[in-house]
Design a protein around this ligand. Sequence first.
Ligand code: ZN
Ligand code: ZN
Length: 408
Amino acid sequence: MEASREFVYQKFTDYYRDPSTVIPATTLPEQREFAYLMFKERFMVRHRRFTEFKTFRSMLAETVPSDVYHSCAYYENPNFDMDKKGWIGADLVFDIDADHIPTTCNKIHDEFRCVKCSFEGRGITPEICPCCEATKFETKIWACDLCIQSAREETAKLLDMLGNDFGFSQDEMHVYFSGHRGYHVHIENEIVRSLDAMARKEIVDYVTGLGISVLDKEPEKKRGKRVATKKFSLHNFGWNRRLKIGMQEFLVKATKEDLRTVGLKNKALLENRDTIVNRAIKEGRWESINGVSVQTWLKLAEYVKDRQSSKIDTVVTTDIHRLIRMNGTLHGKTGLKKIEFPAKNLQDFDPFTGAVAFKKGKVKVLVFDAPEFRLSGETLGPYKNQTVELPVAAAVMLICKRRAEVAK
Ligand SMILES: [Zn+2]
Ligand SMILES: [Zn+2]
């Protein structure tokens, strides 16, 4: 395995020493904390300050870390201990990662194993081992097209909210492929910098649809007596608009099966779907449909809310000291780079082409186990215990994921 790590290290070295490699400077680099993971020693160097971006570039070329990060925060003294840094403000960042989205593919290609008791399984890695309560796991995860597509859909919903509801322009929303199986969205606007953790939590709640007031219209029961049921209504802004769009989309296509999933047995919903869409959703006459009660609307809205909310990693956004992977640097688990693209290109940007860092050369590797995958427009695999000659980018990815080694 040593020779394989050495091979990857060499490729990372070539990347960081190549003068044509683009690593865009952060805004206000002198106020950021920089951090990086040492390739061979595997420890994190933190609290570094670079007053000039040039010096940072030279450090990358000399040190060749496996992963590179900077703080979302701006500090007076980014190189001091945490409590003495002097927090000035922070970018508003969002992390959308297939790790946090229940996809149909993670049961197929993701495995975890408890380091302490060897309990193993497939799918999303638990936070705590159900057998021994340890929190450390060895994982084997994969990023397939379905993972990326799921993350992309969640990102699209987030961008829609940030643009339509919060009023950020396309230029203010910096969108990145994370280098593995997700997306980052950074907003560096001055207006967000001073937001504290509580304010960021409010934004997270909005994006994830937590505590939307329109859904609190459950009829109250006081001393067993029903108090008059409130009317159901939705206006045309923010989550109200989003629920309307979602309800319409659902009703237009819904089958009996779909209704059952939502927990609704009301056949009137399917029989009168055109009337419902026109009269209730479009004209706002919610009470005018025979046999469709406030409860039905609430149930439907609740279901639509789950579908319309964005599955962001909530911890990342609320952490005002967060370190985030640096644009233009390589991901140690894939050899792909984190890369920015215009928000409007979200659907068209293909990470398995656009984020490829190593474009030249081939190398012979022994692949233990790899599903079929796409890279730089080529479809490769599946492989099982076989020696194959692969493009360097594919070889690096499989070695980083401990699924291959350089052939002897
Ligand atoms: Zn365990
Ligand atoms: Zn997948």
